[in-house]
Ligand binder design. Sequence first.
Ligand SMILES: Cc1cc2nc3c(=O)[nH]c(=O)nc-3n(C[C@H](O)[C@H](O)[C@H](O)COP(=O)(O)OP(=O)(O)OC[C@H]3O[C@@H](n4cnc5c(N)ncnc54)[C@H](O)[C@@H]3O)c2cc1C
Length: 381
Amino acid sequence: MTTTMIGLDPLADPAEEVRHFVDDEIVPHADEWDRAERIPRELLGRISELGLWAPFLPPEHGGSAMPWTHVGRVHEEVGRGCSSVRSLLTVHTMVAGTVQRWGTDEQRARLLPALATGELLGAFCLSEPDSGSAADASGTVAVADGDGWTVTGTKKWITGGQIADLLLLFARTGDAMSAFLVPADTPGITVTPLTGMMGTPGSMLAQIDLDSVHLDAEALVGPENWAAGTVMTGALDLGRFSVACGSVGVIRACLDACVDYTTRRQVKGTGLAELPLIRRKISDMVVSSRAGRLLCAEAGSLKDAGDPATIMASWVAKYYASTAATRASAEAVQIHGANGFSPEYPVARLYRDARVAEVIEGSTELQQLTIADEAYREARR
Ligand SMILES: Cc1cc2nc3c(=O)[nH]c(=O)nc-3n(C[C@H](O)[C@H](O)[C@H](O)COP(=O)(O)OP(=O)(O)OC[C@H]3O[C@@H](n4cnc5c(N)ncnc54)[C@H](O)[C@@H]3O)c2cc1C
């Protein structure tokens, strides 16, 4: 299969072109999609036309070999417009990146072209009702059954689960974890939409129940019993990178909204923009968006160089950018006063969405522990 990529030169920084797409086709609708708790198919189709689902894939698999530094800029721009859309891109990236890195030749040939176009949408299925941070405590079990596997269990909080075609599913195989690529319409799978989420409600979360689901032997991706340190680590690394970049986009959206609002709003005849305490908040948003972008660029460059140091760089970028986005969006609500609580302004949505980034792909607390562990390991070397 060949993919029609419209206009995006993988060697050029895509931010400029994607910015127009985001400004024209995402920003005006983000609040409406938030309320409707879904992203329309037409928008997903536009992402396909622009070749943005998995542009990092090589041309023979339908991508444009876009460097990760540029992929990060795409996710930043999309995150500026709508974190629910960025979330769908994030989990799709995790699935496509996993097939690219760990898939067999047959899995790559069969799945990557359709993942590149978005004909197949991916979802990442790790969390369960009773295990999130403790990802290796999976209660979902896969038992070898002669010609494949029988899988039983429940996955929860699955971004894009309502619309996904291909699930990257983690399950316990004996004492260890293995990963499987599972068509979402496999008999025995039930998808239940999760609605009313505080943040990114448009990302169409689902609970996915698996009742004695039979998988062929070819469903296994990556080394059997070694998924925790390989497939899971790699996929979560891509997820963290994407969430970090998207969080930089959220900070920029807060900055744009606040500069606009404070330029127009008067308090006792003085423009809010003239008040030093307001200007300090604005300057913090400028600095944190630029610092976050530099950390993302570092993580992306290390990915492009194939340097495993990218994993720690992504942790650092995600920790910094997601916590900075929470601060920026809280200040954005504050700056808007009562209007900050109103659906007439985007900042309440930005605040709710920013909070999600501190929980997913390794919560803030886990990042703090991991980053400190690395500091002590470094000191012992
Ligand atoms: C909007 C949204 C989308 C999501 N999408 C997906 C998805 O697509 N796929 C998927 O698999 N999952 C998804 N998740 C689930 C997410 O990955 C988990 O919520 C996350 O891993 C945290 O797990 P938990 O909710 O079980 O919290 P818990 O693990 O129960 O943790 C609760 C709190 O305790 C803290 N904590 C845990 N351990 C420690 C420690 N050692 N020290 C200090 N504090 C600690 C955590 O940081 C957290 O604040 C999504 C969640 C949300 C909200």
